[in-house]
Design a protein around this ligand. Structure first.
Ligand code: DSN
Length: 440
């Protein structure tokens, strides 16, 4: 066997190992999900090898007759699901969707408001000194929303005052961006529509984490509340392929389309557009039930951890109104998010460490933050409900609070997971959730 064939086989061996591990694992990463067998079938189609620059019907490439039809179906489904006048399904990720939004609504260097990373903002919203996409790539001057840490939301009055102060100081603000990566409660979009009109600002909303919940009618409805543009990645609470989407009104369509092509993308991963179309159709059919259960599970997980002595953020507000909960683990025996993340992973429980708003004051950073973020989208998709959330809280408690042997817990987790191996809320509920479709 040649060295190259060995490496080739090794890659497939590692893929198999990963799939087997996922099969035995409780995945609580809030930004992930497991796509349906139908979505997975779509994204391995021949579209993956083709080019189709531009808008359907106006392509730069020949050979797109079926690709165009699929993209038009995808656009149509997106418009229906989100009740949007305009949808562009080309962004290849949530960050590219955000870049399309910045490009369409601002000139390089314009000033914008966004959530700081410590308060849940995404790196693509951040200023240049942090290497954030908005600042480092587009040159935007980023001012942060004033955040009410007790309410875990944007402080409307203080932020309004800040915006007026900026204008008084001659620092014009062009864009108000809502949304983020830690997103427990709906943001106050409608509260800012009047001030946006007064000063001629546009409103954007990054729904990457909550787009599935919005589609299911279970979170806020930013387009109805005053947002001019909504972006998303399509693989978090919306369980599609790794891709992006931009939703808006017809009046902004041309600027957004130009930002996609020729602005930011040559090709736009056509197989994922096919996968997204399938995912959107499944959301139309099953999205309401799916998202209702995600929310119930997030609150149930928060409650179950709280009852076991964990400090879950925003207890007085029922912990969350989304798929996520945030937990301050600084007073647990493990003390920092990285250790908790590593030990839980050894016990077959995958979560991510997360900065808390008050971490910086306590001398912590993202490497050893005081928090963890948990999401219920993927486990809900496997058919789990309240009692399973209690079981998950118990597994986590055994590892983090009681210091039990992680290999013993890992075995118990794998045993528990045996009963949850199919994707629910989908047209095909028979194909195993983590089966690798390999052509031989
Ligand atoms: N950074 C990801 C998250 O976990 O929120 C999204 O890109």
């Amino acid at each position: 066997m040649t060295e190259h064939k060995e490496l080739y086989d090794r890659v497939f061996g590692l893929i198999e190992k990963h799939d087997q591990w996922m099969h035995n694992t409780i995945n609580l990463i809030a930004s992930e999900n497991v796509s349906s067998p139908a979505v997975r079938s779509a994204i391995v189609c021949d579209f993956r090898d083709r080019y189709a620059e531009g808008w359907p019907g106006e392509r730069v490439y020949a050979g797109c007759r079926y690709i165009d039809e699929v993209e038009l179906v995808c656009i149509d489904l997106a418009k229906k699901l989100f009740r949007a006048e305009f949808a562009d399904v080309r962004p290849v990720s949530g960050v590219v969707a955000n870049l399309m939004m910045y490009t369409a609504f601002m000139a390089p260097g314009d000033r914008m408001m966004a959530l700081s990373i410590a308060h849940g903002g995404h790196i693509s919203h951040a200023r240049g000194s942090l290497g954030g996409t908005a600042g480092a790539v587009r040159g935007h001057k980023v001012q942060n929303w004033v955040f009410d840490e007790a309410e875990f939301n944007i402080d409307v009055d203080a932020s309004m005052k800040k915006i007026r102060g900026l204008f008084q100081d001659g620092k014009e603000v062009k864009f108000l961006l809502f949304g983020g990566s830690v997103f427990l409660f709906p943001h106050p979009v409608k509260e800012f529509r009047d001030i946006a009109d007064e000063y001629g600002m546009h409103i954007g909303y990054d729904s990457a984490h909550v787009s599935g919940l919005i589609a299911g009618g279970k979170f806020q409805d930013p387009l109805r509340e005053g947002a001019d543009v909504v972006t998303a990645s399509t693989h978090k609470t919306l369980p599609g392929p790794q891709h992006g989407i931009v939703l808006s009104r017809e009046e902004f369509a041309e600027a957004i389309k130009r930002a996609a092509f020729p602005g930011l993308m040559s090709n736009h991963h056509l197989h994922n557009v096919a996968g997204l179309a399938v995912a959107l159709a499944e959301m139309m059919e099953f999205g309401k039930d799916y998202t209702a259960q995600i929310l119930k599970n997030a609150r149930a997980l928060g409650q179950a951890l709280h009852e076991r002595g964990w400090k879950v953020v925003a207890e007085h507000k029922g912990f969350t109104e989304s798929h996520q909960i945030l937990v301050d683990i600084s007073e647990t025996p493990m003390k920092d998010g990285r250790t908790v993340e590593e030990q839980l992973e050894r016990a077959n429980i995958v979560i991510n460490r997360n900065l808390l708003p008050w971490d910086k004051k306590r001398g912590r950073d993202y490497k050893r933050p005081g928090g963890i973020r948990l999401g219920t989208s993927e486990m809900t998709r496997l058919g789990m409900r309240k009692s399973e959330m209690e079981a998950i809280a118990e597994f986590m408690t055994r590892v983090v609070m009681r210091g039990e042997d992680v290999t013993k817990v890992a075995k118990d987790v794998a045993e528990f997971r045996k009963d949850y191996q199919r994707v629910h809320y989908a047209f095909d509920t028979e194909t195993p959730a983590y089966q690798h479709l390999r052509f031989k």
